[in-house]
Design a protein around this ligand. Structure first.
Ligand code: MG
Length: 455
């Protein structure tokens, strides 16, 4: 097990993710990424400058050529890896976590985020990385066009004819995160009438907590209603996750954002292709995919696994390799649009929505997405017990010939419901989550699987 890397990078408060550790990790990351050009960017947290400086020193000390893009959203940093054909990037950002946290997220030259399995390989290189000779240490150069480049790329993908004509009124809640640096300009460039909330970056997140939950975006919901806006948009601290508010002021949770994105994608492509998502994502993804004859491929929970699945290729009869996934996403509102990068891009997702509401209202688009209720619970379990429970549930699924997916815990799919039993990676719990047409049906399913787990 990796000591520092979790499912998606290294995370901690300043006494855990110290400048010293950041530098040592960065030296190993530089060697792992095969040196060359490495992009470094950060969000607006107060510990960002010192952690980023340590990371850049570490990378340059082993001979990497460091491109510092300063404060930018995570999808911006990841897009720049592709644009500048870099060997990878290190993003200094703790995403939606509280302000005292920070993290290093690493992405390789293909745009694939580093999982903990690959993080373990990086850790093996720690304290073994040879310093470059004094005249071969890497340069640290600034690149100031990252946000502009990202905006331009999104506008090229979207085209702005519809939005320029209709000029939808959109409220943007940037949550004092990096969205503040890109979203207002992007939406104005699209022709939208823009109202903003929390639109200056501030590492204390004074406006609202960084995670865009329904409770945290109350102000956004109120402003959408009072200003008669067409929609509201809220991002997390680093801009990869996004939620919407429809024109009636209804909060649209992450997995519905993803389901809507799938509808938009399948409509624009006019043919079906594979949909990638994690085993924890709502049934709505499967329902929407089925309607368009698309296949859903499940992955373990975590952005790196989504990226890895996205780039899997299929060989056609003539031997040509084709990526088979046309969109990827997860339950908290992170959507991957592979034409831009393998980052979850909350800005491209929001721009696509903004374009779509020029055709019909957001609430009307959402009528295509079925409603489900869910119930979640957890059972105390140490490492040994976690394994036993998951094995018990797997045996139950097999013995009863149920339809299941067992790549990360066990997800059992029924006609219009499903349940997942999964060991927590960081805590002593097994989590049970069920989704069904009614709250009662979801509760019954949870109760049944508690029984199976405890038997
Ligand atoms: Mg995030």
């Amino acid at each position: 097990m990796a000591k520092y890397f979790g499912t998606n990078g290294v995370r901690g408060k300043l006494n855990e993710l110290t400048p010293e550790l950041s530098m040592k990790l960065a030296q190993a990351i530089g060697v792992y990424l095969k040196k060359g050009k490495i992009i470094v960017g950060r969000d607006c947290r107060l510990t960002g400058p010192i952690i980023q400086s340590a990371v850049m020193a570490g990378l340059a000390s082993v001979g990497c050529e460091v491109i510092d893009i300063g404060i930018a959203s995570s999808p911006t940093v990841e897009f720049i890896v592709k644009k500048l054909k870099a060997n990878g990037c290190v993003i200094v950002s703790a995403s939606h976590n509280p302000p005292e946290w920070n993290a290093l997220k690493v992405v390789d030259s293909k745009g694939i985020a580093i999982s903990w399995e690959r993080g373990e390989e990086i850790e093996k290189l720690m304290n073994k990385s040879k310093l470059a000779k004094w005249d071969e240490v890497g340069k640290i150069e600034q690149y100031d066009n990252a946000i502009e480049d990202h905006i331009k790329a999104i506008l090229d993908v979207i085209g702005t004819r519809k939005t320029q004509t209709k000029k939808p009124k959109i409220v943007l809640d940037c949550g004092n995160g990096t969205a503040a640096l890109i979203a207002p300009k992007l939406f104005r460039d699209m022709g939208a009438e823009v109202l903003t909330l929390n639109s200056h970056p501030d590492g204390r997140f004074p406006g609202r907590p960084s995670e865009p939950t329904e409770a945290n975006v109350k102000e956004l919901i109120a402003l959408v209603k009072s200003s008669n806006a067409d929609a509201g948009v809220g991002w997390d601290g680093d801009g990869d996750r996004v939620i919407f508010v429809d024109e009636k002021g209804k909060y649209i949770i992450g997995d519905k954002v993803y389901a809507l994105s799938i509808i938009l994608r399948l409509n624009e492509q006019k043919h079906s292709g594979d949909i990638v998502t994690t085993v924890a994502t709502s049934r709505v993804v499967e329902d929407v995919a089925k309607k368009y004859n698309a296949k859903v491929r499940y992955t373990a929970i975590g952005a790196p696994y989504l990226c890895e699945e996205m780039v899997k290729v299929k060989h056609a009869e003539d031997g040509t390799a084709k990526p088979t996934a046309i969109i990827g996403g997860e339950e908290v509102g992170g959507v991957i649009w592979p034409e831009l990068s393998l980052a979850k891009d909350g800005f491209l997702t929001a721009a696509k929505m903004c374009e779509a509401i020029c055709d019909k209202k957001l609430s009307v688009w959402l009528e295509e997405i079925p409603e489900y209720s869910n119930v979640k619970t957890k059972i105390d379990a140490d490492e040994k017990k976690k394994k036993e429970i998951v094995e018990k549930v797997l045996a139950h699924a097999k013995n009863n010939k149920l339809e299941f997916v067992d790549i990360d815990g066990v997800r059992v799919n029924f006609k219009d419901s499903w349940v997942i039993v999964r060991a927590s990676g960081t805590e002593n719990y097994v989590r049970i989550f069920a989704e069904a047409k009614t709250k009662e049906a979801a509760q019954t399913l949870v109760d049944e699987y508690i029984k199976i787990s405890k038997n």
